[in-house]
Design a protein around this ligand. Structure first.
Ligand SMILES: NC(=O)c1ccc[n+]([C@@H]2O[C@H](COP(=O)([O-])OP(=O)(O)OC[C@H]3O[C@@H](n4cnc5c(N)ncnc54)[C@H](OP(=O)(O)O)[C@@H]3O)[C@@H](O)[C@H]2O)c1
Length: 320
């Protein structure tokens, strides 16, 4: 027994501690002190995980924070928690179900009516581990929540964002976009029998959308960034089943905390001097080279056209 402890358990423990220390050391941290008093920001999916930490950080900086929440009760609880922690009472809860285009349109209408400027939009809401379930609009649930609705929401708020000097959009994507080869824009709702592939597809679409929108916004002061936050211990993995569930349980000890995961999102939203990197992808608060899967300009243009059709973007809603 003593031998087993000495030869197996102790080395595994020591290596794990060293890996954890290394991961803590290389994790990016947003050190920018930008004040957000007088600024209005939107965070989708702010009731848990990185969305919560991002909204909390913006509130600490003095922003008017609009929380786009799936569940009204959870939204109100989140609002109270943020007010208690920051003393900033300028926190607004608005209903938003990213699985419904009607809900996204209602949210955008509400924001466009109540706000005269919008400085930061963080498209954070997301789901994983969901199989071939469809939304009421008839699309793959993961595709609609993670990408189609972010595309629609951003377009519906572009007028407000363009009116606001130096506004920013941050799309929370993922490194898994790197592994989604051969994206077929005509089969975005096709279920390949594997929920992980749909998740990767949704995140690659977000990345391509980021680059294409940055190109279309070149003559404006709006900038847009995509982020891989790292592997973060949040509720996101709760739908993961099978072998993956055990891997996640084992791996959680090495995952980032939600606060650590939020740092790159916050960096892209508030750091000064990154405006020239619009369209860029950020990991650990640093811009990284484009993934091989995100280099095809024609694919980006095609995805844009197909996405407009899927979300039924009307000509009068296109403000680019
Ligand atoms: N965790 C990671 O390792 C990781 C890695 C790369 C990228 N990401 C991305 O990071 C983002 C944040 O995820 P997280 O890890 O912080 O997970 P999380 O704690 O599960 O947060 C997801 C948020 O999205 C909201 N949401 C889910 N479905 C929604 C819908 N239909 N309409 C509106 N909001 C909805 C959730 O609200 P409810 O709580 O009410 O359901 C929750 O507030 C996601 O886009 C995710 O894909 C995460």
């Amino acid at each position: 027994m003593a031998n087993f402890l000495l030869t197996i358990v102790l080395p595994v423990f020591v290596i794990s501690v060293l890996v954890k220390i290394y991961l803590k050391l290389i994790a990016g941290w947003c050190k920018c002190k930008t004040c957000l008093v007088g600024k209005t920001v939107i965070v989708t999916g702010p009731t848990s995980g990185m969305g919560y930490e991002t909204a909390l950080d913006f509130a600490q900086r003095g922003a008017r924070v609009i929380l786009g929440c799936l569940d009204k009760r959870e939204g109100e609880e989140t609002k109270l928690k943020i007010i208690n922690e920051t003393g900033n009472a300028n926190i607004i809860v608005k209903p938003l179900d990213m699985a419904s285009f009607d809900s996204v349109r209602a949210f955008a209408r509400d924001v466009n009516a109540s706000e005269d400027h919008l400085d930061i939009l963080v498209n954070n809401a997301g789901v994983a581990g969901i199989g071939d379930r469809l939304t009421q609009d008839g699309h793959l649930y993961t595709m609609q929540v993670n990408y189609f609705s972010a595309f629609l929401l951003t377009n519906l708020l572009l007028g407000l964002l363009k009116k606001t000097k130096n506004s920013r959009i941050v799309n929370v994507a993922s490194v898994v976009a790197k592994y989604e080869y051969h994206l077929d824009c005509t089969r975005l709702d096709h279920y390949p029998g594997n929920y992980q592939k749909v998740y990767s597809r949704s995140k690659l679409c977000l990345l391509l959308f980021t680059i294409e929108l940055a190109k279309r916004l070149q003559s404006t002061t709006v900038t847009i960034y995509s982020v891989h936050p790292g592997v973060v211990s949040t509720h996101l993995f709760e739908n993961v089943h099978g072998f993956g569930k055990y891997l996640v349980a084992l791996g959680r000890v090495f995952f980032k905390t939600s606060e650590e995961g939020a740092q790159t999102i916050i960096h892209c939203a508030v750091s000064k001097g990154i405006e020239g990197d619009s369209g860029g992808h950020f990991v650990d608060c640093r811009k990284v080279p484009r993934y091989e899967t995100a280099k095809d300009g024609a694919l980006m243009e095609k995805l844009w056209v197909v996405s407009e059709e899927i979300v039924h973007l009307r000509p009068e809603e296109v403000v680019i």
